[in-house]
Design a protein around this ligand. Structure first.
Ligand code: ATP
Ligand code: MG
Length: 553
C-alpha cells in the first residue's frame, strides 16, 4: 500500500477551515496574466489549486488577470487554456478580471464616499519621494484632505478621459507612517489611454493589482487565494480593502515560487530568450514552458507526479531538473512503444544467411503485460551502431569484436568473422555468420552471449532526423549567478542528427505517441515533421547520464 503522505500546510489549513465550519466548501482560482506562455512554475500553481479542490471538493476558476491593458494578448489566452487542459484539469468558470471593471469602479466610489480614498494630482516622483523609507515615515500628500465631493468629481473626470496619463491617481487613504510601506496610501487606479484586449477603449483608468486581485477573489467567493511569497507584504492591504468594503472574506495564502535547476522561470526572461533567438520560440523543446514540455514528449502525468513529489514549501528553493526527468522516465518506461533505430550505422553482412522475407517478432513494450508484438523484417544486410563494434576491445566489452558473438534483438546470435576496411583503414563492413538455431523464442543453440544489440535491415530501413537536447543553461541557477543570466546559456543544447535509420514500423509514428528507441532514449515525433521527413525529439535519455558524469569527476 502507498505510504500515507503527510499534509502540506495548505491542506492543513483547509482541513481546519472545513472542520471548524469557516467555509462549507472551498473555491480556488488559477489567475494567470495573459502576457506569455505558462511555465513549470505555473504548472506547480495549477496542480496545487486544482489539486486541492479535487481532493476536498469545491471547484477552481480560471481567471485571466488582465488588468494591465498594454501587455495582454489574446494568443496567450488560448495557449493558457490549452496548457491547463493538457495538464489534466478542468476549470469551473472561465473569467476575466476585466469583466469586473465596472464593479471595481463602484467599489472605488464606495471607498471614496467612506473617506477611504482620494484623488492625488502629484506626479509619480513626488509620490515616491513622499512615501518615506522603511525606517522613515512618509509625508501626507497635499491633496490628501480633499472633500468627498471633490474626490468623486475628480475620479469621474479621470474615468471620462479629462486627464492625460499620469496626471491623476486614485489612492487609498490609510497611513503614511505605516510600518508596511505598501499601506502608505497605495495607488488604486491610474490613467492609461490604452486599448484593452477585451474592453477596447471603454476605460482609460485601470485598477492596480492590489485593488483588483483581492476584490476579484471576493466577487468569485474564492476561499483560499494562493499566491507566491513575494505577496506576503500585500496580504495586509488585501485584508484592508476587503474589510473596508465589507465584502466576501477571501483569504490569501503564500507558498514559495517553484524554481527549476538549469533554467530560468520568469516570463520576462523567457521572452528575452525567444525575442533574441536563443531558442526558436516559446515551445522550443529546451524551454521550461508547458507547451515545450509537451512538444518534447514529457507527459502530463509525469509533470503532475513531479509537482506531487516536490510538494510546496514556504521557503525559496530550486527543484532538481533530474527529478523531473526521473518522473518522465518512470512514466515513459510504462507507456512508450519500443522501436529499433540506428543512429550511426555500420553495415554487417550475414554471409551464411539465405532466408527470404523473414520476419522476426519483437515486443512493443515489455513493461506492459497487455502489450503486443510487431513483425520486424530481417535480412542478410543489416545496420548496427558503429559504437557497438570495437576491433581491439577492452576487457568486459560485451558487444561485437572480431571473433565475438552477440544477439541481435528479437532475432539471432551472430558471430563476427571478418572486418572490411577501405583504403584509409576505416571500417566499412563486417562479415558475420548467424546461428540458425538461435532464433529468439526458439533458441536451441545453447550458446550464451552477454550482449544484445539493436539493428535495422538495410533494405527496409526508413530514415528520419533526430534532435537531441541538453540543458539550456550551464549554471544550476542562472538567475542567481554574477552578471546576466544569458551569459550562462549552454551553446551546445541542441544536436541534430540529420539521418538515422529505423525499422519500418517507425513510419507509422504519430504525434503525441511516445517511443523508446532501444538503448537510445525516449523520443516523440516533432511538429516540424512532414510527409517527406520525420523528425524526432529526444524527450529524455534512458538513464541520468549527467549524474553519472558528476560522480566520475
Ligand atoms: P512570471 O514572473 O513568470 O511572469 P507571474 O507570477 O507574473 O510569473 P502570473 O501569470 O501572474 O505569472 O501567475 C499566475 C499564477 O501562477 C500566480 O498565482 C502565480 O503565483 C503562479 N506562479 C507564477 N510563477 C510561479 C512559480 N515560479 N512558482 C509557483 N507559482 C507560480
Ligand atoms: Mg505577473
Amino acid at each position: 500500500m502507498a505510504e500515507e503522505k503527510s499534509l502540506n500546510f495548505l491542506e492543513e489549513i483547509i482541513e481546519n477551515d472545513l472542520k471548524s465550519g469557516r467555509y462549507r466548501s472551498i473555491v480556488t482560482r488559477f489567475p494567470p496574466e495573459p502576457n506569455g506562455y505558462l511555465h513549470m512554475g505555473h504548472a506547480t500553481s495549477i496542480c496545487l489549486n486544482f489539486g486541492l479542490t479535487k481532493k476536498y471538493g469545491g471547484y477552481t476558476n480560471l481567471r485571466f488577470d488582465d488588468t494591465n491593458p498594454t501587455t495582454e494578448e489574446t494568443e496567450f489566452v488560448q495557449s493558457i487554456k490549452d496548457d491547463v487542459r493538457w495538464l489534466g484539469f478542468e476549470w469551473k468558470n472561465e473569467l476575466y478580471a476585466s469583466d469586473y471593471f465596472e464593479e471595481l469602479y463602484l467599489f472605488a466610489i464606495k471607498l471614496i464616499r467612506k473617506g477611504c480614498a482620494y484623488v492625488d494630482d502629484s506626479d509619480s516622483e513626488t509620490i515616491a519621494a513622499e512615501k518615506g523609507t522603511p525606517t522613515q515615515a512618509g509625508v501626507n500628500s497635499k491633496f490628501r484632505d480633499r472633500s468627498v465631493e471633490e474626490n468623486l468629481q475628480l475620479f469621474e473626470d479621470m474615468k471620462a478621459g479629462k486627464f492625460k496619463d499620469g496626471e491623476r491617481v486614485l489612492r487609498a487613504k490609510i497611513d503614511m507612517a505605516h510600518p508596511n510601506m505598501l499601506m502608505r496610501d497605495p495607488l488604486m487606479y491610474r490613467i492609461k489611454h490604452a486599448h484593452h484586449h477585451r474592453t477596447g477603449d471603454k476605460w482609460c483608468i485601470y485598477p492596480m493589482y492590489d485593488f483588483a486581485h483581492g476584490q476579484s477573489d471576493s466577487i468569485e467567493h474564492i476561499t483560499h487565494s494562493i499566491c507566491t511569497l513575494e505577496f506576503v507584504p500585500h496580504r495586509e492591504l488585501y485584508d484592508w480593502f476587503i474589510e473596508q468594503l465589507d465584502i466576501f472574506p477571501s483569504h490569501q495564502y503564500e507558498f514559495a515560487r517553484r524554481n527549476l535547476s538549469y533554467t530560468v522561470m520568469s516570463k520576462r526572461k523567457l521572452l528575452q530568450l525567444v525575442n533574441e533567438k536563443h531558442v526558436e520560440g516559446w515551445d522550443d523543446p529546451r524551454m521550461p514552458t508547458i507547451s515545450a514540455f509537451r512538444r518534447r514528449g514529457y507527459t502530463a502525468a509525469a509533470i503532475r507526479d513531479f509537482c506531487d513529489r516536490v510538494g510546496i514549501a514556504k521557503r525559496e528553493n530550486v527543484a532538481d531538473l533530474s527529478l523531473l526527468e526521473f518522473c518522465v522516465r518512470e512514466d515513459l518506461n510504462k507507456i512508450a512503444l519500443r522501436r529499433m533505430v540506428v543512429f550511426d550505422p555500420l553495415k554487417i553482412v550475414l554471409t551464411n544467411y539465405t532466408n527470404e522475407n523473414e520476419l522476426v517478432s519483437v515486443e512493443d513494450n515489455p513493461e506492459d503485460t497487455n502489450g503486443g508484438f510487431r513483425d520486424v523484417p530481417f535480412s542478410k544486410e543489416l545496420y548496427i551502431e558503429q559504437e557497438d563494434f570495437i576491433e581491439n576491445p577492452p576487457k568486459k566489452f560485451f558487444r561485437l569484436f572480431p571473433g565475438g558473438m552477440v544477439r541481435l534483438k528479437g532475432a539471432y546470435i551472430i558471430k563476427c568473422d571478418e572486418v572490411i576496411k577501405d583504403d584509409t583503414g576505416k571500417i566499412i563492413q563486417l562479415n558475420c555468420s548467424y546461428i540458425p538455431e538461435s532464433k529468439s523464442g526458439n533458441d536451441t543453440s545453447n550458446i550464451k552471449v552477454k550482449g544484445t544489440l539493436h539493428w535495422v535491415s538495410v533494405e527496409h530501413a526508413v530514415t528520419a532526423e533526430v534532435r537531441l537536447y541538453d540543458r539550456l543553461f550551464k549554471a544550476e541557477d542562472p538567475s542567481n549567478e554574477e552578471g546576466n543570466f544569458k551569459d550562462y546559456i549552454n551553446e551546445d543544447s541542441l544536436q541534430i542528427i540529420s539521418t538515422v535509420y529505423g525499422e519500418p514500423a517507425l513510419k507509422n509514428a504519430v504525434a503525441e505517441e511516445r517511443y523508446q528507441f532501444l538503448r537510445k532514449g525516449y523520443f516523440t515525433l516533432d511538429k516540424d515533421s512532414s510527409e517527406e521527413k520525420m523528425i524526432f525529439n529526444r524527450t529524455v535519455t534512458l538513464k541520468d547520464t549527467w549524474a553519472r558524469e558528476v560522480k566520475k569527476v
